[in-house]
Design a protein around this ligand. Sequence first.
Ligand SMILES: Cc1cc2nc3c(=O)[nH]c(=O)nc-3n(C[C@H](O)[C@H](O)[C@H](O)COP(=O)(O)OP(=O)(O)OC[C@H]3O[C@@H](n4cnc5c(N)ncnc54)[C@H](O)[C@@H]3O)c2cc1C
Length: 386
Amino acid sequence: MNFAPTEEQAFVVRTVRDFVERELYPLEPELERTGVLPLEIGHAIRDRVIALGFYAPNIPTEFGGGGLDAVTFALLERELGRTAMGLSVWWGRPSNILCACNADQRQRYLDPAVAGTKMDALAMTEPEAGSDVRGMKCQARRIGGDWLLNGTKHFISHADVADFVIVFVATGEEEAGGRARKRITCFLVDRDTPGFTIAPGYHSVSHRGYHNSILHFEDCRLSDAQILGEEGGGFEVANLWLQATRVTVAAMCVGRARRAFDLALSYAAQRRQFGQVIGKFQGVSFKLADMATEIDAADLLTLAAAWRLDQGLPANREISQAKLYASEMLARVADEALQVHGGMGLMADLPLERIWRDARVERIWEGTSEIQRHIISRELLRPLGA
Ligand SMILES: Cc1cc2nc3c(=O)[nH]c(=O)nc-3n(C[C@H](O)[C@H](O)[C@H](O)COP(=O)(O)OP(=O)(O)OC[C@H]3O[C@@H](n4cnc5c(N)ncnc54)[C@H](O)[C@@H]3O)c2cc1C
């Protein structure tokens, strides 16, 4: 085991932290106040990141991306986690699943996504199918040589600014283990496809300026050329490429928690009550000790899971443990950091109330805490035949 960052890793951390602190922190108050990031500011962030040579850092070099390994990418996400999602979304990290593009699709989708000229969104969730993804109602039926897609997706992040959407739909049924189940296929759907509309989603308490959308498909005609991977192989392609996404959620939670903790630590060291700094009261100092310990534990779980991915080792349990622990840790740390600030913690003058609100979604998206516990316990019990 070697816990020392390589020179490249130290450089990535320094570069991203510097960019986030200098260029993104100043944009936070207005974003939080209005809930909107003007498109031209988003594009300016994207262009600055392209100029830095840091766009699409997660995409392997053979596809034109930065080719960071999972550990280094987690370190990058940890730094991006310090700021608001409405800003960091413009630091383009196209979905890794686009690496499954064939040559034609690569030209139309992957290359522009890596170059920053097109943005993707990914749509699995439906009003009646959240955790139970395979229960999806969206379906594409064969009509002649094409497919007709009908149904609704909701909660789809940043689809409002996406040029195309990676959409998972049912394309029939198949038998598995003696039972019928839906065949799931992944399609790449351009924003301006007739029959496809992107409507505003719900107003979320978390992540202002990072909007979710509702997607409607009404007799939306798609061709075979828009299938990513194989017909009926939607989950296979998702499992192959999307496993790492939960690690990035964990890494972002660690970054957010660190920012909240840094504020609490310096406040505890200077705020005076009863004639001494509040950090001297055990009631406050023990909170700091617990926060620091939990953040480090989440960080280590996250980096260990990323390391297993880099080694090509099975990592399902470790990734779920990192996502579960880091997202729950963030909720506790955000709450305690706010408590250390007393009334001031609730005021929008500090980023704490934002971090506290933003923390709430992390236990829900990319698989709820309950679903992560299912995965972890399944992986523990499976070798025992249970
Ligand atoms: C802001 C936001 C952005 C999102 N962005 C995207 C996106 O870009 N693309 C996308 O596809 N999806 C997105 N999602 C959807 C997200 O992945 C789902 O919300 C999540 O998978 C949970 O689904 P659900 O909300 O329908 O809850 P449900 O699945 O209905 O769950 C409700 C409750 O029941 C529990 N539960 C469900 N099944 C079980 C079980 N078997 N055992 C124990 N407990 C269970 C859950 O843990 C939860 O507590 C987003 C969600 C949010 C809130």
